[in-house]
Design a protein. Structure first.
Length: 525
């Protein structure tokens, strides 16, 4: 997932008084050492592009860089932890050879579409018409996160609306220079959303619907409240998000909700991925597993527990500790008690769910009490909090393993270099005078990935319609996403999210950072 997740929990489940009052919200943030990287933003609900309320259009050219976003590389072999390699990794299974999202309706290559260039005479648009699409433009909404006021975003380590808009403007300029979407210019209208104000976000949904735009691209705010996310599904407005959605929402509003991952995906891969690594092997010291979690999304937690059982850990070897669904962070008393409980019951290994914001205090308390279990985590933006005010105690989590669906960690791993998709995104950013994606918050790369996902779905759709998007994404097969997003396979039935592959990262005591130790992505379980 990604920057912003823990704030989402508070924004969705915190007390009404806290969420309604900006002043109270800020006091909470300051009092708890605001941070937040979850894994990436005016009081008006319809602020738009940099042209003072007018629909914005970017036309800047892109520099030559890596190949266009394309298919999942295939033919690779799975690496074992610690294996070498000099690139961003390959896929353990698959037949793709790459290629970018094309614009010729109804055609696709092997493992990635390679349709005609959108520039020049070879461009062929899908037939038909749709709301928000004219003969020259594809009009979309891009929603930027603005927490209470401009300074609040920085407290949560989230880009300001101006910074986030610059990221998107750079990508739109590059896409349009290359031919746009469905042989049309991509045009963005920007909206600001305050995730502590559900009524304001509901108004944003209605405003976008009234504006007659084709789709909405969300940097994170709208997914914090199920009612807001449901608004887009109910109004049948295609939604392209940057963070975890639940499988329940994905299925309920199919085919209108698109995102990088859904939560149950990373939990399942974690349970069986850890098993494959021998994490639950008694011969390697395993006796009991401590399961530490928030119960904000009980269906996902229940599913995770089921997969842990299937991975070979019976309930008799599982010690659970539920910190509830706190407004911001779990109480110090709960975290202390969790350490005491695990220690007293002989827990040797620990995993977590929806717990990224609390791992800093838990690991600190555990270290203070001389308790050092072996950790095996699902990567729910865990790598993004490896530095900063909410970083876990580096001594306590030394050599911890994490199962990740993303490319996080490769920027700190010797011998790894940016993939083609990352180079392509960096080329857009270079033209706009922006830093490469390795050097900025993860949301910068999200801008490339979200718009490429939209572009691919529209370009490959059998017709220009909302209903044709999933078929277009399916025909694309895969997209070479920029860092921080990982490998994907959209060929399955009803697939509207990526994240079909996983790999392993490990917390290295030497650099006090996460590094990739299984460089090849493996297909999920």
């Amino acid at each position: 997932m990604r920057p912003f997740q823990e704030f989402r929990l508070w924004a969705r489940g915190g007390p009404i008084g806290q969420r309604a009052s900006a002043g109270v919200a800020m006091l909470i943030v300051v009092g708890l050492v605001a941070w937040l990287l979850v894994p990436a933003r005016h009081h008006s609900s319809t602020n738009v592009s940099a042209s003072n309320g007018n629909t914005g259009q970017s036309t800047a050219s892109t520099a030559s860089g890596g190949p266009a976003p394309g298919g999942v590389p295939g033919g690779g072999t799975s690496a074992t932890p610690g294996a070498g390699g000099t690139t961003g990794g390959t896929i353990a299974s698959g037949t793709g050879s790459g290629g970018g999202p094309g614009v010729v309706a109804g055609t696709s290559g092997s493992g990635g579409s390679t349709g005609a260039s959108a520039t020049g005479q070879g461009c062929v648009s899908p037939p038909g018409s749709a709301k928000g699409i004219t003969d020259k433009e594809v009009k979309v909404a891009i929603v930027l996160t603005e927490i209470v006021g401009p300074a609040a975003n920085q407290l949560f380590d989230i880009e300001t609306p101006a910074q986030a808009q610059a990221d998107f403007d750079a990508v739109i300029a590059g896409i349009n220079k290359e031919g746009g979407v469905a042989c049309r210019k991509l045009v963005a209208r920007y909206y600001n959303a305050n995730p502590v104000d559900e009524s304001q976000m509901m108004q944003v949904c209605r405003d976008i619907a009234d504006a007659g735009l084709f789709a909405v691209v969300d940097t994170g705010s709208l997914a914090t409240r199920p009612a807001v996310l449901a608004c887009f599904g109910q109004l049948k407005i295609p939604y392209f998000g940057a963070f975890y959605i639940t499988d329940k929402a994905r299925q309920q509003f199919y085919p209108y909700l698109y995102s990088f991952y859904y939560r149950e995906q990373v939990y399942k891969d974690t349970a069986f991925g850890l098993r494959a690594l021998g994490f639950f092997d008694p011969a390697k010291g395993f006796k009991k597993l401590g399961f530490l979690y928030r119960d904000c999304e009980p269906e996902a937690i229940s599913a995770f527990r089921g997969w842990i059982r299937q991975a070979g850990v019976p309930d008799s070897q599982l010690v659970t500790y539920n910190v509830g669904c706190p407004a911001v962070f779990a109480s110090e008393a709960d975290l202390n008690q969790a350490v005491l409980t695990f220690k007293a019951q002989g827990v040797t290994h620990v995993t977590t769910a929806n717990f990224t914001g609390d791992i800093q205090r838990f690991s600190a308390d555990a270290e203070q009490q001389g308790y050092r279990p072996k950790y095996g985590f699902p990567d729910e933006a865990l790598q993004e909090v490896a530095t900063g005010s909410r970083q876990p105690d580096p001594n306590n989590i030394a050599n911890a393993l994490a199962i990740t669906l993303s490319r996080d960690g490769e920027q700190q791993t010797p011998g790894m270099s940016p993939t083609g998709g990352t180079q392509k995104c960096n080329a857009y950013r270079q033209v706009a005078g922006l830093k490469p994606v390795y050097q900025v918050p993860a949301n910068a790369g999200h801008a490339c990935d979200q718009l490429w996902m939209l572009q691919a779905a529209v370009n490959r759709a059998p017709e220009l319609s909302v209903g044709g998007l999933q078929a277009g994404l399916q025909r694309t097969k895969s997209i070479d996403f920029s860092y921080p997003q990982g490998a994907n396979d959209f060929t399955g039935n009803r697939v509207t999210t990526g994240g079909e592959f996983w790999r392993v990262v490990q917390f290295m005591p030497g650099c006090k950072c996460w590094q990739v130790v299984q460089r090849d992505f493996k297909r999920g379980f």
